[in-house]
Each structure stands twice: as C-alpha cells, then as structure tokens.
Design a protein around this ligand. Structure first.
Ligand code: GTP
Ligand code: SPV
Ligand code: MN
Length: 602
C-alpha cells in the first residue's frame, strides 16, 4: 500500500501564498474558505478527500499506526476495526449544542441559543492554531442520491482521520461531490476539530441563516460527522421550511406483501427507539412471501411532487447504528452487515479478538469498551451507546430505489416513542392536523444516545427535539401548511413497541413481529380494515392485529391496545402546558386540535 505521506493530494502547510498556489478547486468561495480556515487552524498539511476505496484504506492504515483504530479478528470480521473514543466523549451533547439564529426567538425554546457573533468569536478562539501537527481533511460530500434535485452538498473540514473515514462510509463523498459543488456553487460549510476533547471546551454551533456549522472538542458521531444531524437535520430542517419540504428524523422502509404490492413508510422515533431495527426488519417465519426493503434508517428528506405525492429520499449512504441488542434474532440483516467492512466504536472484545456487546448472544467479553480487563463489576462491557459504522450497501435488504433521484412515494408517516405505559401499541390520527398534534405530542424515555440521565420521560416532538434547527412553533406551522398543498397526503400513525407489564417486562415481542402492526397501518391506508374511533384517534379492533403463532394472549393484546381515559386526560393537560410554552408563535390550529381532544376526554 502506498504510504500515507506520499498521497499526491497532500499539501504541506507553508503559508497562505502556498495555499493559493495549491488550489484544488476552481470554486473561489470554497478555496477562499479552505485557505482562511488553514490560516486560522495552522494544520501541518491539507488533504482533499477524493472518496476512493484506496483513500479509505490509507485512513485505516494511518489510524492503525497511530492507535486510533485496533484491528479485530480479520478471519471472522474482515476489514472490521475498533475505535475506542475518549471515555468522556461517547454521545451527543445536547446541552452544548446551539442554534445561533440572528434572533433568539427564531431558534425557539427548543434550542440553546447564543448571538451568532459571540458564538463565532468563542469558536474562533478555540480553532485558532488547533490543527498544528495535524492533517486538515477537506471532505466534499453529497447528501442524497448523486445528482438528484432533492440532494444537497456540504464540505466538512476536520482534523480527525476517524471522521474522514466515517464520512466515507456515511455519505457520498469525494471528487464527484466536489464537481457538483463546483457546478452549483452551493454547499454547507462545516468546520470540525476534535480539539483537546475537553468537555469544558466542547460546543456544536449551528448558523442556519449562514448555512454553516462549527463543532469543537468532540469526535463522537452526531457531534462530529457533520453531514448527519448537524447538516441533514438542523440546517436542512431550516432550509426545508424556507423551501417547502421536510427534513425529518425518520427511517424509510418498503413493505412488500406476497402479491408484490410495496408500500413505503417513514417513521420518526427518538434516538435509540428502534429506527434502524424497523428499517432492517426481516419478516418472521409466520410471514412467508413478505419482503422488507431498507431505504434509510435515520433521516428522511421529503418533498411533494407535481401530483401532490409526498416522496422521500435518504440523504445518507451508511448506517451509524446502536450495537447493543443486535443479534441473529433481533436484526439478522444488521448482524450480517456488521460482520465485514465495519468500524465499531466503543464495543468490548473477546479472547479471539472479536467485537462483543450486550445481547450479542455469542462469545464472552474479556476487554471492556475502555480497554480494561472485563469483570462483571465493571457494569456494561460495551458502552450502551456503542455504534457501528457501515456502508448501506452492506445491508442485504438495501433497496435499489435508495439511489433513485425522485425518491419513493410515502403511504404512511409513523411517530413513536419509548413509553412504559399510556401509549397503545398503535393508533391512527383522524386527519393531517390531528396527526401534526400527535407528532408534536410525542414523549419518550431518554436513552444513552445523548449524555445525561437515562429513562426520564421528556417531550420529543416528531423525535426532533435535539434536531430541529428553528422554533418548534414555526416547525408545526410548516407541517400544518402541507394540508392545503395536497389532497393525497400520507395517513399519520403513532406506535409504541415499549409498553411494559407490572413486572416491567415488554408486553410486545417487537423487532420482526412489528410487521404485524405495519400490516394494520397499511390496511388502514388502503381502506381494508375497520377501526374503533376514540378521542385520541382510531384504534385497531383486537381481532385486527394478527397474533397467530405468537405468544401474545388476547388479554395481553387488550393491555397493549388499552386507552385509559383518565391517564390520557392528564397527558393532554400536560401536552397543553408544553404547547403553551411556545407562546404567541404556537399555531392556533394546533391549539384547537388539542382543545377538541381534551374536551372529548373529559
Ligand atoms: P438512533 O441511531 O440513536 O437514532 O437509534 P434508533 O432509533 O435507530 O434505534 P435502534 O433501532 O438502534 O434501537 C435502539 C435499541 O432499542 C436497541 O437496543 C434495540 O435492540 C432496541 N429495540 C429496537 N426495536 C425494538 C423493539 O421493537 N422492541 C424492543 N423491546 N426493543 C427494540
Ligand atoms: C441519534 O442519536 O439519533 C443517532 C446517533 O442517530 S448520532 O449520529 O450520534 O446522532
Ligand atoms: Mn438517530
């Protein structure tokens, strides 16, 4: 393999004059920005990413040499590597993530805010000289199918080889993206440095009006792979509002019945609440002839086409998934996908140097995620937010339509949360505006995907609490506005896979068996099944959920579908208070929807 330092696109840093001479793009706006950042951060060299697999190999070799990656058992896990992050840098940091709109009210009560000038000044201080002794990577990337009019471009500048390697797996990055950026002249500017990985010098800053991002002090996924949550959700949600489309924290999945009819669903669940698993579902034994296609597992960009049909593309090209809980039974496609060409972050290791995690159901950990000898007193062997990064192409169920420029037509939108009580297995909103209220009312138990306490129920509207790049009140208004723009909008549903019995056990088997609930959803959209009309929405009749061959008794199914009017009344009062916290900007329509349901429950 060619040694890293000989790669032709490396440019030793000397002076600003040198940068001008070594320009690797004809787009002035880009070369000026790269030069300015190099002047500020003073890297030893600059590497313009080309996006070839040979280049990815050089990243891997570089990291193996420097100890940033460890080789896993190459016989059983070919091209699989382990990255151990700093133990204080293992998740998104919501309290350090800001949306710096010009006016505070535009970022909304849902975001942290700082005046943009102050935020930039502080960040420039952090970035000053921070890349000395390091390589600065310039990563041109495309979010969405290359060349699709729905796709958007970005350039991330980073001093982390791990980030560059992850961006190769997660986005369409390199020369083709660069050519398109030069063609269109437009791209999101993302500046990232791992800095000193000091939690006290760590901020993730967004400037939606300038279409730029600055992230300092973290190397973790959502904080550092700027194409993902920072660009494809926070900045894109803002762009989507101004341009009339939706950027959502949703998986996209295709469900094919034995007759060959395919329906596409887009589902928003909060972090660590089952998107990747649902997107990669394998039909259970009882469902011969059914097929499930993965389009995306985390983010959906959705547009109305000329016929008023909502269509979705997945802006990403890879999976950055939760490792614990993945096994041959729960998610066979993911289990398969991560047995080769995968970067594992913060998993444990077995005596055979294989990756190990909780509920893997094979092997034993000898070394924990921090590299310490594992003993059960240490707690978890793999970090609860340990992740795999793998190309979407590795998923045996990846849909060829994921590359389709026009995206796929969406039949149903599904919201969901992790609720041990209250929320039934599934219900349907009565119409679009009610569905927007259902989405705005989502609450879920917090998980290890973000730092902070786990298991606390919080409001997470549309699963976008950490990701909406502007005021939620305006965001709901934007959602409501679709009602007037199309007569064939998708139907809206809510699901809860996580309801528990009094012994704290999950009532519903979940995973592949969730297909049974998706079937009801599709049948409702096709007008093939009756439902009961309750104040909170349409509920399945007990006999309409097919539980044949499942260990779910009629009594358990009744518990799963139960709606306690008193509890729901209390919930609606709390939702009302939450909505009121958005003040004057809260859409009138949402208030009326809420009032109607509250009254029906009284
Ligand atoms: P992010 O990548 O953080 O956005 O998470 P995600 O929404 O993609 O969640 P994921 O599919 O990775 O699942 C998170 C956790 O929930 C894993 O530990 C899964 O094993 C578990 N899980 C997923 N689906 C189900 C389900 O249907 N039932 C139960 N009980 N657990 C589930
Ligand atoms: C999430 O937390 O929702 C994730 C992982 O998908 S991250 O990319 O870190 O945001
Ligand atoms: Mn996510």
């Amino acid at each position: 393999m060619e040694s890293f330092s000989k790669v032709a696109i490396l440019r030793p840093y000397q002076s600003s004059t040198f940068y001008a001479g070594s320009m690797t793009t004809r787009l002035k706006a880009l070369s000026n920005w790269v030069n300015d950042i190099a002047e500020l951060t003073k890297p030893d060299q600059i590497h313009w990413c080309t996006g070839t697999s040979e280049e990815y190999d050089t990243f891997v070799q570089e990291m193996l040499g420097g100890g940033d990656l460890l080789e896993l058992n190459q016989d059983n896990y070919p091209d699989c590597y382990l990255h151990r992050s700093d133990p204080k840098d293992v998740a998104r940091v919501e309290h350090l993530t800001y949306v710096c709109s010009e006016n505070e009210i535009d970022s909304g009560p849902n975001n942290n805010w700082m005046p943009p000038t102050k935020a930039k000044e502080m960040m420039m201080g952090f970035f000053s000289g921070c890349m000395q002794g390091r390589t600065m990577y310039v990563i041109p990337y495309c979010m969405g199918p290359m060349g699709s009019s729905y796709s958007r471009y970005g350039v991330e500048i980073t001093d982390s080889t791990y980030v560059a390697a992850n961006m190769y797996l997660m986005t369409r990055m390199g020369n083709e993206a660069l050519s398109n950026i030069e063609e269109t002249g437009s791209f999101i500017k993302g500046l990232h440095s791992i800095g000193e990985l000091d939690p006290d010098r760590r901020y993730i800053m967004h400037f939606p009006e300038e279409l730029s991002i600055m992230s300092y002090g973290s190397g973790y996924g959502g904080n550092a792979l700027l194409g993902k949550k920072c660009h494809a959700l926070r900045i894109a949600s803002y762009q989507a509002q101004t341009e009339g489309w939706l950027a959502e924290h949703m998986l996209i999945v295709g469900i094919e019945n034995p007759e060959g009819e395919i329906h596409y669903l887009a589902c928003a669940f909060p972090s660590q609440c089952g998107k990747t698993n649902l997107a990669m579902l394998i039909p259970p034994e009882s469902h011969k002839g059914w097929k499930v296609w993965t389009l995306g597992d985390d983010i959906a960009w959705m547009h109305l086409d000329n016929e008023g049909q909502l269509r979705a593309i997945n802006p990403e090209a890879g999976l950055f998934g939760v490792v614990p809980g993945t096994n041959r039974k729960t998610n066979p496609n993911a289990y398969d996908a991560i047995s080769s060409k995968t970067i594992f972050t913060n998993v444990a290791v077995t005596a055979d140097n294989e990756p190990w995690w909780e509920d893997k159901e094979t092997g034993q950990p000898v070394t924990d995620w921090q590299g310490r000898p594992y003993t059960s007193e240490n707690g978890d062997a793999a970090h609860p937010n340990s992740r795999f990064t793998v190309s979407a192409q590795n998923n045996p169920g990846y849909s060829s339509l994921a590359e389709a420029a026009e995206g796929v037509p969406i039949t149903a939108l599904v919201f969901g949360g992790r609720r041990r009580g209250l929320a039934p297995l599934v219900y349907q909103a009565k119409d679009w505006a009610h569905g927007v209220l259902v989405g705005a009312s989502v609450a879920s138990e917090t998980t290890a995907a973000a730092t902070g306490e786990v298991g606390i129920v919080r409001r997470d509207p549309m699963a976008m609490k950490p990701f909406c790049g502007y005021n939620f009140a305006d965001y709901w208004e934007h959602w409501l506005s679709f009602e007037k723009r199309s007569e064939k909008l998708p139907k809206i549903f809510h699901v809860n896979w996580f309801r528990r019995d009094k012994n704290d056990r999950f009532l519903w088997p979940g995973f592949g068996e969730n297909l049974r609930v998706l079937r009801w959803i599709i049948d409702r959209c096709e007008g093939r099944v009756e439902a009961d009309s309750l104040p909170i929405g349409f509920l399945p009749k007990v006999e309409s959920i097919d539980v044949s061959g499942l260990d779910v008794s009629p009594d358990v199914l009744a518990q799963l579908l139960a709606v306690d009017t008193k509890e729901w009344h209390e919930e609606m009062l709390q939702i009302g208070e939450y909505l009121e916290s958005y003040g004057d900007r809260l859409p009138e329509r949402l208030k009326t929807e809420h009032q109607t349901i509250l009254e029906a429950l009284t």
